[in-house]
Design a binder for this molecule. Structure first.
Ligand SMILES: [Cu+2]
Length: 266
């Protein structure tokens, strides 16, 4: 019985590694300039954690195989010197591994979050609210009109609370329900929430950033491949959360200029 248990543990451990090694559920191809570092880091973490998991399960199976079937009257053997030394060694070994992974991973993360955006990055504002994303472009004058929270009105489609009557900068602002960006240009995306916490997640961009009410947050990225990608909210934000999504459209510079022109004509 003990030997059967040992074999079962070994089989389950090996089978669970198969889809990961074969990359059955891998992420979609990366379309960003920073994504490579993040993918490499995840890959490294998976190998390290996966090998440790397999080793521990197989050693467990080995011990069960070896010592199963011993009678109650058999003398219990103790590790020389007790378990204390082993426990301390395991703590140091696992602790070092986790700290090292954290320190190395920090580097990949910091390239996205701790570097300021380039000077010529295109700034786009995004606003999340239950249960939609909206995006705002400054228009030909390059200036965003000031937001007035009291003027936010869904019925009027004034999602950002603009005051074009009194605010010249707001008059040419473009507001859209999709995020269109030019390819190979750095985008500085600012994130505002008008109600609860939401999250901006685009798998292909390798970016997931929360919207936090009351905080001005920003992420910057450069998309390197034209196409349409899904933006999904990944913070449970209410009953309509499952349906909170928008599209990221990466366009050639030419198509992007045309898109802006069409939008401002609306
Ligand atoms: Cu949400």
């Amino acid at each position: 019985m003990g030997k059967l248990f040992a074999v079962t543990i070994a089989i389950i451990a090996i089978l669970s590694a198969v889809p990961i090694v074969m990359n059955y559920w891998g992420p979609p191809p990366d379309i960003s300039t920073h994504g490579r570092a993040i993918d490499d880091q995840i890959h490294e973490t998976m190998w390290e954690a996966g090998l440790s998991f397999l080793a521990s399960q197989l050693i467990l199976a080995l011990f069960i195989w070896q010592y199963a079937g011993r009678g109650k009257s058999d003398k219990v053997k103790n590790f020389p010197g007790g378990a204390k030394g082993l426990v301390i060694a395991a703590l140091i070994f696992v602790g070092t591994e986790i700290l090292a992974l954290g320190a190395i991973g920090q580097k990949a993360w910091a390239t996205v979050y701790f570097t300021p955006p380039e000077k010529d990055a295109l700034t786009i504002q995004s606003q999340a609210g239950q249960f939609a994303f909206y995006f705002r472009y400054p228009g030909p004058d390059g200036k965003f009109g000031a937001p007035h929270p009291d003027k936010i009105d869904e019925g009027n489609q004034n999602f950002f609370g603009l005051d074009p009557e009194n605010d010249v900068d707001a008059r040419d602002d473009i507001v859209a329900g999709e995020l269109a960006v030019p390819v190979n240009r750095q985008i500085n995306l600012t994130l505002h929430s008008k109600d609860v916490g939401h999250s901006f997640y685009v798998r292909e961009l390798r970016i997931q950033q929360d919207y936090v009410p009351g905080l001005d947050l920003a992420v910057h990225f450069t998309a390197t491949k034209t196409g349409q990608y899904e933006i999904v909210c990944t913070q449970l934000c209410g009953l309509g959360h499952y349906n909170m999504k928008a599209y990221l459209t990466v366009l050639s510079q030419e198509d992007f200029d045309k898109w802006l022109k069409d939008k401002s004509a609306q």
